[in-house]
Design a protein around this ligand. Structure first.
Ligand code: NAP
Length: 286
């Protein structure tokens, strides 16, 4: 039973492969794919099959998915190219005879109005129409979206955003990855759509209080109009399309589009999710 993972050169794909190995999947049954496979030479040394795949290049997808029975399709990064990229990957998976495709979508993809949800909604539609047996993992926001910015928060004494009093329940990439590995290795998940998020919901004001407690420094949440927040992100080097999408996502956050109360992640993991406080402590220790 071969399991192929796309985005294995990135954080979620890489963590999923580690979770598969921890769960006892033999390295020889895992196919790790990405564009820049230099980044994962270490996996090849551990016996994982490493194959180059660019979603813009259908031939590379056909070679990468050859012999795979299961596929984790990690959504690609460039927002404007996502839909075409994902359609090509689903077509290649079908041609390769993949019998279970697990797609990492986004929270509330069916109803969310934020720009980032559009490509996920269309990918889910295309996947259902493909007739490949599927599972959809609607991953909520990553706690890492915040924990990786700690030094900036400390430098400015604030967390900037445009989310108002909106609540979200973010989880760590490691928790989402473990859930993906569970779905890829256990029976009973075909046809399921899971809304995944952490156990603990919070506003960004509450997050600022947690950051203050973890760092011992007073950090406040600075709520900005979305256009100002996008300009600020561009000012610190975020590409314009990503900055606009992130500011728009904060507006979605304010409307509750990054909040799920299904408990799906906790149930899949069979344990509580990693808390924001624990994730902050771990990030500080690093
Ligand atoms: N839910 C959230 O809060 C959240 C936060 C951040 C990101 N995301 C999205 O979730 C997905 C996975 O997150 P992540 O943290 O693992 O992202 P990441 O570390 O940036 O990894 C993205 C992966 O996608 C691959 N990729 C991008 N375009 C590709 C293409 N055209 N063909 C083949 N591979 C391509 C990259 O390959 P190379 O490195 O080899 O180019 C990389 O392996 C991304 O789409 C990301 O935008 C979600």
């Amino acid at each position: 039973m071969s399991i192929a993972v796309t985005g294995a050169t990135g954080r979620l794909g890489r963590d999923t492969i580690e979770a598969l190995l921890r769960r006892g999947v033999p390295a020889s049954q895992i196919i790790a794919t990405g564009r820049d496979i230099e980044k994962i030479k270490g996996l090849a040394d551990r016996g994982v099959t490493v194959r180059q795949a660019d979603f813009a290049d259908p031939e590379s997808l056909a070679s990468a998915f050859d012999g795979a029975q299961k596929l984790l399709l990690v959504s690609t990064t460039t927002p404007s190219e996502r839909i075409d990229n994902h359609r090509r990957a689903i077509d290649a998976a079908k041609a390769a005879g993949v019998s279970h495709l697990v797609y990492t979508s986004s929270a509330n993809a069916e109803s969310a109005r934020m720009i980032l949800a559009e490509a996920h909604r269309e990918t889910e539609r295309y996947l259902r129409a493909s007739t490949i047996p599927f599972t959809i993992l609607r991953n909520g926001w990553y706690l890492e979206n915040y924990t990786t910015q700690l030094s900036l928060y400390q430098q400015h004494g604030s967390i900037p955003g445009a989310a108002g009093d909106g609540r979200l329940n973010a989880a760590t990439i490691a928790d989402y990855a473990e859930a993906a590995a569970i779905v890829l290795t256990m029976d009973g998940h075909v046809g399921a759509v899971y809304e995944l998020g952490g156990d603990e919901a919070f506003t960004l004001t509450e997050l600022a209080a947690k950051v203050s407690a973890a760092t011992g420094q007073d950090i406040v949440y600075a709520d900005l109009p979305a256009s100002e927040y996008a300009t600020m992100l561009i000012g610190v080097g975020v590409p314009e399309d990503i900055a606009q999408a992130l500011a728009d996502a904060d507006l979605g956050l304010s409307r509750g589009e990054l909040l799920t109360d299904t408990g799906d992640l906790r149930r899949l993991l069979g344990r509580p999710t990693i808390t924001p406080a624990a994730a902050l402590t771990a990030a500080i220790a690093e």
